[in-house]
Design a protein around this ligand. Structure first.
Ligand SMILES: Nc1ncnc2c1ncn2[C@@H]1O[C@H](COP(=O)(O)OP(=O)(O)OP(=O)(O)O)[C@@H](O)[C@H]1O
Ligand SMILES: [Mg+2]
Length: 249
């Protein structure tokens, strides 16, 4: 589903050139959850922007579903950390925004959005506005909005980092359920070792900037909610912690 080969991104600023990604290669199979982990500033967000087709100035290869990345691929969804909800629209209207932009009539919007709001536990909150919601609820609305568009590739940039531990785990469980139901490919960027280990069937570890792949870890246990409590889970976390520490010298 995703093929990245020797991907390099350099930002040119008036004073200096900043090399964000220094030759990154990995691949993600269709239907796999891949977690990307690395220290702050190593180019994780940059990598997602390239995959989303939002950043054109790169060297190397970035292919999604057999085609070079391009802006506006309809089946790619991007979820950012700060939700991006419109404050003057209620939960339902925010969740249906993408469908409305595509010109779907209201009845079809309801048919598509209602089951997703159910799945994410938002049914009772449909008429509330973002300001009346907790952080976890807002993030769920943002997830509902992209799911309504039926993506085959879900790109998530530290989606749960501002949430408390319990809310975070609930949302991670939600992501697993969605992944099981839809079979979509997921690339999740995170700085949390536990989150990467819990969700990533494959975990790509990046070095400090300019980001390079330090390790690619197959993590067959991921995909079940019970994995968090498995003794093996903690071994994978320790392994990743060592890889990250090695990367920082
Ligand atoms: N538009 C830009 N212009 C110049 N430099 C940039 C730009 N975007 C990112 N950078 C630089 O590129 C590097 C990688 O940034 P990026 O946001 O991808 O890191 P990150 O791994 O997502 O970090 P974090 O974990 O803190 O979110 C950083 O050093 C950043 O300062
Ligand atoms: Mg980032």
């Amino acid at each position: 589903m995703i093929l990245v080969e020797n991907l390099k991104v350099t930002f040119k600023t008036p004073s200096t050139d900043i090399e964000a990604l220094g030759g990154v290669s990995f691949r993600v199979e269709a239907g796999e959850i891949c977690a990307v982990i690395g220290p702050s500033g190593c180019g994780k967000s940059t990598l997602l922007y390239v995959l989303a087709g939002l950043l054109a100035g790169f060297e190397g290869k970035a292919v999604v579903n057999g085609e070079p990345v391009k802006r506006g691929r309809r089946k790619t969804a991007l979820i950012l950390q700060d939700y991006g909800l419109l404050p003057w629209r209620n939960v339902f209207e925010n969740a249906a925004l993408g469908l409305e932009l595509r010109g779907l009539p209201r009845s079809e919007q309801v048919a598509k959005v209602a089951p997703i709001l159910d799945e994410l536990g938002l049914r009772e909150m449909q008429r509330l506005y973002p300001a009346q919601l907790s952080g976890g609820q807002r993030q769920r609305v943002a997830i509902a909005r992209v799911l309504a568009l039926n993506p085959d590739l879900l790109l998530m940039d530290e989606p749960f980092s501002s949430l408390d531990a319990l809310t975070r785990e609930t949302l991670q469980d939600n992501v697993l359920e969605i992944w099981r139901r839809t079979g979509c490919t997921v690339v999740l960027v995170t700085h949390s070792i536990e989150e990467a280990t819990f969700l990533g069937r494959q975990v790509v570890v990046l070095s400090p900037r300019p980001g390079q792949v330090v390790a690619t870890c197959k993590n067959a246990g991921a995909g079940e909610t019970s994995w968090r409590r498995d003794p093996q889970f903690h071994k994978v976390c320790s392994f990743l912690r060592e890889q990250l520490a090695g990367g920082t010298g």
